[in-house]
Design a protein around this ligand. Structure first.
Ligand SMILES: Cc1ncc(C[n+]2csc(CCOP(=O)(O)OP(=O)(O)O)c2C)c(N)n1
Length: 708
């Protein structure tokens, strides 16, 4: 990577072309965000053509730099750079911007467009997830080093000489290894106003993530106009205080606007070379430049230009206003040199990696397994089993599972938002992930739930490791934006939400989750998993790891009995993988009533079943750890578990009733919580609301009365 930018007139033409293409595409679509897509075209071009290590013919290449468009609304700019660089994005795709069925939707969607690393649009999420990607790259190196029996520490020892690039990453904690790539981000004021980026950037500073470079576009315009009314702090000083390297390039300097690519390249290159801290390069720009009349206004942020402004833009760029979607062949030929450069870089990196891994078969085997998305042979043997004589909270059981799996799954790592001991998220026998200890696997996220969720997404997007993160269930609200993106992208992340009901007790209503189960179940594609006992906790952890999909484990603070399954004739805990299963069939010849429960309420249902038998009422108990998994089962299984003929049904869950309405049916009765709790003991509170054996029995009798 040269320190001085090589720039020709063809590059000037390419940037002008990219600006005009963005304007044309949004004009044709009739809507979109042209402003920054036009004014940042040069910055994006520098990244894709002059700075990034990437191979457009292999968007999944392990050694690539990552690019995250945190300002997702400027996506036209990204599609155009992908097209120009030779990704499988065509001019027709650019013309189809924002139309149904196109690979160029209104915001970046991972998995749809080759070269798009992450779905972005909710401002701030991209930058926050980039922090996770940077952490993951560091740990990928350390993990391979550990597999190879090397220390992999910050002192520079690593599993391989750095892969493709020998001129950077010196001094980056944990950067020595093949994963020496840079995580590049483009962010705007919207991103930096969002609290999630403050959380994530603070963490990135503490973690000294020298492989992260953010290009911050400061054009002082958002939708409502000038940021003088909203955003007056010194952002650069703030980032400096976070411990970042900062720099400013001011294209507005001296009142005469000039897009000085040399200056921006030099600042970005310097940032890349600062490897002991993350970097923020502030670019002072004019939104929409050079659009006559509309540049530097809120109106160009999110509406098409209109014919006269479009005409004026092209004239100012020295282009023919009568031409639309015009890409001179010599420009495309020039920009698609990125393919040749990228392929050469990939060949070089791949060869170095292969050579080094030849000497380290264990590291190679690990990498191959992780790339294939497989779990190691025999991993389940490490899982603990719990004996019926111990009562144990499911959060504690989860902690035992994590600690046991830590031994056999080097890819597993995670932590908590400062509640590690409460969430049981600390893996015993593992060390902390710190700049001085990149091999550590216990992450300290600090009290930053929202960023924690986004960081988890970034780690999962890196693709090699399996992250988890915990907090109290009631604070899942604080991370919901990131959880939604986990589900949208179907990333294999695991949330651990403990203290899962009014059973939390004396901390009172601010700490007692009520509507959270329902709210989380409302997120499509997220499995909300609430095991009933320690052994179900083991079973659902196993399923979560095998399924490789986003999941939230909802775990009890209080101790719960470990059922004596063989002794009581109960079904095996492994059935939890079906989402719902008949834990105990009716002890009488007929099944008169179905008791459906999740988590801590299942043991109540079992006791009520015994009481009901004494009253000659045959009750079956269905444990329902995960409604989403249950709805995936075929109709036969669902019908066998919840027979249509049994209409007297009771649901028992210490949360709002919503998710159960469909399952209990018109004759059903639900034991649920409909208001906020109180500061009182958990057992007293639950008892008051009918969460007791007699409460369940009464509900069953009420359901029978309705059904008869
Ligand atoms: C969390 C979130 N809130 C609101 C929006 C809607 N929105 C999209 S762009 C934008 C303004 C962003 O301003 P800036 O980052 O300065 O972008 P620029 O105007 O420079 O393109 C807003 C409020 C969003 N996408 N995400």
């Amino acid at each position: 990577m040269p320190d001085r930018l090589e720039w020709s007139n063809l590059d000037n033409m390419a940037v002008a072309t990219a600006k005009a293409l963005a304007a044309d595409a949004i004009e044709r679509a009739g809507s979109g965000h042209p402003g920054s897509a036009i004014s940042l075209a040069g910055g994006a071009y520098l990244l894709f053509q002059k700075l990034m290590r990437h191979d457009p013919s292999d968007p999944g290449w392990l050694g690539r730099d990552r690019f995250v468009l945190s300002a997702g609304h400027t996506v036209a700019m990204l599609y155009i750079q992908l097209y120009l660089a030779g990704y499988k994005v065509t001019l027709e795709d650019i013309q189809a911007l924002r139309t149904a069925g196109s690979i160029t939707p209104g915001h970046p969607e991972r998995g749809l467009t080759p070269g798009v690393e992450m779905s972005t649009g909710p401002l701030g999420q991209g930058l926050a997830s980039a922090v996770g990607m940077a952490m993951a790259a560091r740990r990928d190196n350390a993990m391979l080093a550990a597999a190879a029996g090397l220390p992999g520490s910050a002192d520079g020892s690593g599993p391989c000489d750095r892969g493709g690039r020998v001129d950077q990453a010196e001094g980056t904690p944990g950067a020595n290894g093949p994963f020496d790539h840079t995580i590049w981000v483009i962010a705007g004021e919207g991103d930096l106003q969002e609290g999630i980026t403050a959380e994530a950037s603070s963490l990135a500073g503490t973690q000294r993530l020298g492989n992260l470079v953010v290009l911050y576009d400061e054009n002082r315009i958002t939708i409502e106009g000038n940021t003088a009314v909203t955003f007056t702090e010194d952002v650069v000083a703030r980032y400096r205080a976070y411990g970042w390297h900062t720099d400013t390039v001011d294209w507005t300097e001296g009142g005469r606007y000039a897009e000085d690519y040399q200056a921006l390249y030099a600042a970005l290159r310097r940032a890349q070379q600062v490897t002991d801290r993350p970097s923020l390069v502030r670019l002072r720009s004019i939104i929409g430049w050079p659009c006559p009349a509309k540049q530097n206004t809120g109106s160009i942020h999110g509406s098409k230009l209109g014919p006269s402004c479009l005409d004026g833009l092209k004239r100012n760029l020295g282009l023919d206003p009568a031409k639309y979607f015009d890409v001179p062949p010599e420009v495309l030929q020039h920009t698609q040199q990125a393919l040749r450069r990228g392929q050469a870089a990939r060949r070089d990196w791949d060869a170095k990696l292969a050579t080094c891994l030849t000497e380290m078969p264990a590291a190679r085997a690990l990498l191959e397994r992780l790339q294939a998305g497989e779990l190691p042979e025999g991993w389940q043997a490490a899982l603990p089993q719990f004996e019926p004589d111990e009562a144990i909270a499911t959060r504690t059981a989860s902690g035992r599972v994590l600690s046991a799996l830590g031994e056999v799954l080097p890819e597993l790592w995670g932590g908590s938002a400062d509640l590690g001991p409460s969430n049981s998220t600390v893996m015993a026998g593992q060390t902390s992930f710190l700049p001085s200890n990149p091999a550590g696997r216990n992450i300290h996220f600090g009290i930053r739930e929202h960023a924690m969720g986004a960081v988890l997404n970034g780690i999962a997007l890196d693709g090699l490791t399996r992250p988890y993160a915990g907090t109290f269930l009631v604070f899942s609200d604080y991370m919901r934006g990131a959880v939604r993106l986990s589900a949208l992208m179907q990333l294999p992340v695991t949330y651990i939400w403990t203290h899962d009901s009014l059973g939390v007790g004396e901390d009172g209503p601010t700490h007692q989750p009520v509507e959270h189960l329902e709210a989380l179940r409302a997120i499509p594609g997220l499995a909300v998993v609430r095991p009933a006992c320690a052994n179900e906790t083991v079973a659902v952890w196993a399923s979560v790891l095998q399924r490789r999909q986003p999941a939230g484990l909802v775990l009890s603070r209080q101790k719960l009995p470990v059922f004596d399954r063989p002794g009581l004739g109960l079904a095996e805990a492994s059935n939890a993988r079906f989402g719902a299963y008949t834990l105990a069939s009716s002890p009488l010849p007929s099944t008169d009533v179905l008791l459906m429960a999740s988590g801590s309420e299942v043991s109540l249902a079992l006791e009520a079943r015994q009481e009901l038998a004494l009253m000659q009422v045959g009750a079956a108990v269905v444990s329902v750890p995960c409604l989403e998994w249950f709805y995936e089962q075929d109709a036969a299984y669902q019908g066998q578990t919840l027979p249509a003929a049994v209409t007297a049904r009771v649901s028992i869950e210490a949360g709002t009733v919503g998710p159960w309405r469909g399952l209990v049916g018109p004759d059903g009765v639900s034991l649920s919580v409909d208001g906020f709790g109180k500061s009182a003991s958990g057992s007293w509170l639950l008892e008051q609301l009918g969460f007791s054996v007699s409460g369940v029995v009464n509900a069953a009798l009420a359901a029978l009365a309705k059904a008869s």
